[in-house]
Design a protein around this ligand. Sequence first.
Ligand SMILES: CC(C)(COP(=O)(O)OP(=O)(O)OC[C@H]1O[C@@H](n2cnc3c(N)ncnc32)[C@H](O)[C@@H]1OP(=O)(O)O)[C@@H](O)C(=O)NCCC(=O)NCCS
Length: 191
Amino acid sequence: MVTIREERIADVAAREALLDKAYGVARFAKTSERLREGRTPASGLSLVAADHRQLVGTVRLWNVAAGPGRNALLLGPLAVHPDHRNRGIGTALMRRVIARARLAGHRAILLVGDAAYYGRFGFSAALTGELRMPGFCEPHRLLALELKSGALAGARGVIGTIGTAEPKPAGSPTLIAAEGSKRRALVQRAA
Ligand SMILES: CC(C)(COP(=O)(O)OP(=O)(O)OC[C@H]1O[C@@H](n2cnc3c(N)ncnc32)[C@H](O)[C@@H]1OP(=O)(O)O)[C@@H](O)C(=O)NCCC(=O)NCCS
């Protein structure tokens, strides 16, 4: 049986392995990653799908500004393990995280993805015509869902970061520098 629940610290390694499987190292080169790196997700909005003890799905939401002075959330990455696709797990993660964001009083969710998939949850490029990601993004893939009617009316400009910076990792300066250069190497390989 698949359970949708909040992500725990013990899930992090399995979540990263799942994202590597779903997206490969190219995920670190995505423009959405520029809005996530070095930050923590929005409170209570990191969910996983677990099938018994195996982590089979992940979704997280991040605090961003949809142009100056307009708070919103950025969704992603969403991923389901290849062996568990087409069982409704992606849909369950999406519906649960949207409901939680609405309950928490958030006003809108943005994402970069396929309208053919995300349209079923109400996401559309119609609301993002005047918004831009901070790097390359095909305009038809920048999608939004309003949780409060009119939340994105007149939204324009570059989507930027807000929210909490990630605490510095524990460990020696050498270890931290090594982690940073590994990530840079992955980004260069993926670009
Ligand atoms: C996208 C993803 C999260 C869907 O997870 P899932 O658990 O298989 O999704 P669900 O079971 O809820 O839904 C499956 C449906 O979504 C459709 N679907 C999956 N990916 C799709 C896409 N990129 N575009 C359009 N439809 C898609 C399937 O064809 C299926 O359609 P059906 O309901 O008509 O049979 C999963 O395929 C994944 O992790 N993919 C890797 C990341 C990726 O490619 N993301 C692309 C979206 S930007």
